[in-house]
Design a binder for this molecule. Structure first.
Ligand SMILES: [Fe+2]
Length: 496
């Protein structure tokens, strides 16, 4: 059971925990309705073809009760939870007629849900989920019914086949249900198939109890101490996962606060950074970056100039061109930014590495490390492109934004020298055909990648300043004072 969940799994887990305490949406209701109909149809067919015969109540009742206990022990997973029910299900299968097994499984799972319903920790409507959760019982029952052999008389081959049928029915049902109810991808769901390895291991132990269930019904109770041990592990896992989610929420919160600090420290830098976020995210998505990288791009876009907080204000706000010594100072904002984010820790260290490199240039003439080409982190190349584009395309009080077509030409002119040509090409595709689309990108809100973080960005109403010396534009106050004299290369600079 992996504790190191990736960002998609963390989001799924947060969503799963949230859903457990809320009612079902229309898609979930549809998925569960299909689950109930399928389950009821299969049970009806079983009753018609294999009507239940007389059986001993005590072993069946004890196995059902132990199954209910086992279902209380929940190991949370991104799509829900897994339970050690295999321990009790195998004896249950041996203890009663085939036609009753799915129903007894359903009753046990419902019993396990009642405490949380009565305690108000979960809506009663979620009891309907138990039909879907009990579907795993249909697989082995169908195998024994078709073979015409009771579980107690089955040979090893048939038992293995029954186990495989259980996994197949459960996996197919879960995939379909989560695809309909939550739009979950098959790939994401297949990552949870490790639970069947655990079930297979438990089945071997359970089989020993099952073989003696009619001669010693109390043997079912021997599983209870083991379930108690599992319950301790499950509780520990729950607490560790809760802590993991809480910690990541804290990292997100810290990033947002730092974004506010940047803006409070220098409104120009803050607004510019926020307006780069939407475009950078769209670009990262178009380039096919995974969720974790997109999350890092999102926060690196917001915080790429956080290090300016450490730069003396007389340098930051100097209206005249900077001298070489002052440029040396201002360039340290990349390193200062990384230091700050390193202190936050967690995934912000990864964001810090991007922040460090956002002034590197494709031809190797950037800073602080003089990296070139693909040695520069892709996320940093994305930030550099968006930083440059946004600086050109926004108004300042003393001049209008550079026209769309002219800005496109300028991007092309620095492609391959200052900026990654591959990233520029995609950015141009993204904004070239549709100025309205570009405007929309600039106002997209933070939190797209991480739904648990509420979006806080406001439309980009503050003007930005490009370093457009070649365009004959007047240099404005603040940070925009013409090209860095120590830099060679492109005619356009990002906002420094
Ligand atoms: Fe910067």
């Amino acid at each position: 059971m992996a504790l190191e969940l990736n960002i998609e799994e963390q989001e799924l887990l947060a969503d799963t925990l949230e859903r457990a305490h809320s009612g079902m949406g229309p898609r979930e209701r549809l998925a569960e309705f299909l689950g109930v109909v399928t389950f009821a149809g299969a049970v009806a067919a079983l009753w018609i073809t294999h009507p239940p015969h007389a059986f001993s109540i005590l072993p069946a009742a004890l196995c059902t009760a132990v199954l209910a206990l086992a279902a209380l022990v929940r190991f949370e997973t991104p799509f829900g939870f897994t339970v050690p029910t295999q321990l009790a299900f195998v004896p249950l299968l041996f203890s009663m007629p085939l036609a009753l097994t799915p129903l007894a499984t359903l009753v046990a799972l419902m019993l396990s849900r009642l405490p949380e319903v009565f305690a108000g920790r979960g809506p009663a409507s979620r009891l309907v989920n138990t039909a879907g959760n009990a579907r795993f019982a249909l697989g082995p029952v169908a195998v024994f019914a078709i073979a015409g052999v009771s579980p107690a008389r089955a040979d090893v081959g048939l038992l293995v086949l029954a186990l495989l049928a259980q996994f197949a029915v459960d996996l197919a049902g879960s995939c379909l249900s989560d695809a309909i109810g939550r739009g979950a991808s098959l790939k994401a769901q297949l990552r949870e198939t490790w639970v069947y390895g655990v079930d297979a291991a438990l089945a071997a132990v359970a089989l020993e109890v099952a073989k003696n269930i009619h001669t010693s019904p109390a043997a079912a109770l021997s599983l209870v101490p083991l379930l108690g041990l599992f319950a301790l592990f499950a509780r520990e896992r729950h607490e560790r996962l809760e802590s993991l989610l809480e910690l990541n929420r804290a990292y997100h919160g810290t990033a947002l606060v730092l974004g506010d600090v940047v803006e409070a420290d220098d409104g120009y830098t803050g607004e510019h950074s926020r307006s780069v976020v939407g475009l950078a995210l769209a670009l990262a998505t178009r380039l096919g970056l995974d969720a974790e990288c997109r999350r890092n791009v999102e926060f690196a876009a917001l915080l790429h100039d956080v290090g300016k907080i450490a730069i003396p204000k007389e340098v930051i706000r100097k209206p005249e061109p900077l001298n070489p010594e002052e440029w040396t100072v201002i360039k340290t904002h990349t390193l200062e930014g990384q230091k700050m984010l390193d202190r936050v820790g967690g995934f912000m260290r990864d964001v810090g590495r991007i922040v460090r490199s956002h002034h590197e240039r494709w031809d190797g003439t950037g800073y602080p490390d003089g990296l070139a080409g693909e040695a520069i982190p892709l996320e940093a190349r994305i930030i550099a492109c968006c930083d440059t584009w946004n600086a050109m395309r926004t108004d300042r009080p003393y001049r209008k934004a550079i026209p769309h077509d002219l800005a496109l030409q300028e991007m092309e002119s620095v492609s391959g020298s200052q900026l990654d040509p591959g990233v520029v090409r995609v950015l141009v595709e993204l904004v070239a055909s549709d100025e309205e689309n570009e405007r929309q990108l600039s106002v997209q809100r933070l939190g797209q990648v991480s739904p648990q973080v509420p979006g806080i960005l406001q439309p980009d109403t503050e003007a930005q300043e490009p370093r457009g010396d070649a365009l004959g534009l007047p240099a404005g106050p603040g940070l925009d004072r013409g090209g860095d004299p120590t830099q060679a290369g492109g005619v356009l600079d990002q906002v420094q």
